[in-house]
Design a protein around this ligand. Sequence first.
Ligand SMILES: [Zn+2]
Length: 389
Amino acid sequence: MKFNIIKSDGNARTGLIETDRGKIHTPAFIPVGTVGTVKAVTPDELKEMGAEMILCNTYHLYLRPGHEIISSLGGIHKFMNWDRTILTDSGGFQVFSLSALRKIEENGVHFKSHLDGSMHFIGPKEAMEIQSLLGSDIAMVLDDCAPYPSSYEYTVESLERTTMWADQCKEYHKKMQDNPPMSPLTKGGIKGESCIVYRASPQCLFGIIQGGMYNDLRKRSAEELVKIGFDGYAVGGLSVGEPKEEMHEMIYFTAPLLPYYKPRYLMGIGDLKDVLIGVEAGFDMFDCVMPTRNARNGTLFTSRGRISIKREEFKSDRGPLDPDCECYTCRNYSRGYLRHIFLSKEILSMRLNTIHNLYFYFNFFRNMRRFIREGKFKEFKIRWEEIVR
Ligand SMILES: [Zn+2]
């Protein structure tokens, strides 16, 4: 993986990540394809909107259909028909946020599936093995995300575990890159089918900085992870219930602790107000379910702020959702129609809303990159802060 910074403006920067599967212009928005699909849109539609990378959740894919099945079906790209870059998380965050029962031990975490209550275990080795079998282009280390609020003592403990796991992940990852694991299903061949030997392209590995809301611990976490050495660095453990001001302070504080010439990834942050802060601080990658989830709930982003399409005032509105938007939805449908199909719970409503929200996000990022290139990021930030607050 290569990363080049094309232009910086203050701490904000625009650059280019290159993986074996293509280019990603940064700052980049990464849509979330939780179980191997960005809900309600096809890969072709995503490409048309400008998606260059998507995120899939290891936790979900591990539980259903299982990484071994995906591997035996040719790996995650073939499985979901997406030939551009895929980033997988380590599963850690979902274990902490979705699983009702979890027990953290030194060598990993035991957890109960939110689907059927079965018990599972993921440690550094398992996290690397699952992501290796999925065949993603960017894998994430297993980290321990401390809840908010957490005591100083607990956060230290969690940070030390995060560093230890990161170290072990790097070691296992290297071994698996040299000698990729193979799904037992692939080994024997699927009954009645010829054996598919699937070998993923080289995978890079990102470290995750933790340390809760404590500056000294964030600094320590960053130093320890940089010492281990990764292809890129993510900041985790933010947007976990802390006040926005505290989160923004931590974003500004953490960015300069990360190597300048490596991609910096602000995990799970996608509220546009937070994105503006993140980009100003010097982050390059952002993932979030916000545009897709909100679309399905009828909340739409426009150049004049957010709107709820179900509102009475749109009943006989013949205008487009956003007069400044050139997406398929805005070119072809009125607000009155979008309101009608939303209230009628039509499947097309989710599709059209998602197409618009994602297009809006990609366009926002495209324009932001242009403003950084032109040395006018401040202007962009001031203009949008008014709209997205
Ligand atoms: Zn639109």
